[in-house]
Design a protein around this ligand. Structure first.
Ligand code: MF3
Ligand code: CO
Length: 291
């Protein structure tokens, strides 16, 4: 993974600076972590400032779309209407909905209601009822740069139980985020997410996680929440990934609908919630790019 690069050669990051005054010390720090047995990032998932700016432009569309849905989602609306809003708004702003045709996914957005864990298909038949909880998962491609985030919405009067699941899941993401800092580990974040869910009597889905994002929809690393502090990938400035735990009221087990090979449900039929943010590791902590 380490290029043979001369100290006076231009840095691999594209800054135009000499390697010795740019990322040489940074690479040395990564190399030492690797020698101590840690999983370390490769250069191709470390974004430079120009790429970060372009990714942020993509994020603006994603956030605008979710803000609009947040204001307009309501009881009696069907999820195909949400799909149309996402498609129309994203394309009007010059973007492409990233889910559309992604590995055969047939819609512009994922809408997952109650016991649906993720990848729910928008449908005219899925009419939002009073008391439902729904995750709307939006992803945008703008000029080849990707953004990805999702929010939960409570429809009308939601039971205290459901309200708590939605709230605690959001807290899991916030607590995980606090652990994201350079030269820390992905497992610091994962354990914080898991511990908070567990302390509230919930479980976290094991099979589906977050991911690196920005230059591709799904990049390395795969982001799990069933991980321990000090483990998993070393975090370094310039990495961008999602924190998107799926938190279940009951058992963590899931099943995938074999009618379409996409829609995921809890096995025990109890509810599941998810929030997703996209976070950049900075020199002194982190920056949320998309929520
Ligand atoms: N936004 C989802 C994620 O967090 C995307 C799932 S793939 C799709 O990774 F095709 F369903 F969109
Ligand atoms: Co994602």
């Amino acid at each position: 993974m380490f290029y043979k690069i001369g100290r006076n050669d231009p840095c691999w990051c594209g800054s135009g600076k000499k390697y010795k005054t740019c990322h040489e010390a940074f690479d040395g720090r990564i190399k030492r972590a690797q020698m101590m047995g840690h999983i370390v990032p490769t250069h191709d998932i470390i974004k430079n400032p120009e790429q970060i700016e372009r990714i942020k432009e993509s994020c603006k569309i994603n956030v605008a779309v979710l803000d609009y849905i947040e204001k307009n989602i309501h009881e009696g609306m069907n999820t195909a209407e949400i799909d149309k809003i996402v498609y129309d708004m994203t394309t009007d702003m010059g973007g492409i909905p990233a889910p559309l045709n992604y590995e055969g996914y047939p819609y512009s957005v994922c809408t997952s209601v109650n016991s649906q864990v993720c990848h729910g298909f928008p449908s005219e038949k899925a009419v939002l009822k009073n008391g439902d909880i729904i995750n709307v998962d939006c992803s945008t491609i703008l000029n080849g740069y990707f953004s990805d985030s999702s929010r939960m919405f409570c429809i009308g009067e939601v039971s205290e139980e459901r309200e708590k699941l939605v709230r605690v899941t959001k807290e899991c993401v916030e607590l995980g985020l606090k652990e994201v800092k350079p030269w820390g580990f992905m497992g610091d974040m994962g354990q914080a997410v898991h511990d908070h869910a567990f302390a509230n009597g919930y479980t976290v889905v094991r099979e589906i996680g977050g991911h690196g994002v920005g230059l591709e929809f799904h990049e390395e690393p795969w982001v799990s929440y069933n991980t321990r502090r000090g483990e998993e990938m070393l975090l370094v400035p310039g990495m961008i990934f999602t924190i998107e735990p799926m938190v279940n009221m009951g058992r963590p087990d899931i099943w995938i609908d074999d009618k379409n090979d996409w829609e995921v449900y809890t096995e025990d039929g109890l509810d599941s919630a998810q929030w997703e943010i996209m976070v950049l590791v900075t020199e002194d902590g982190n920056e949320v790019l998309c929520w």
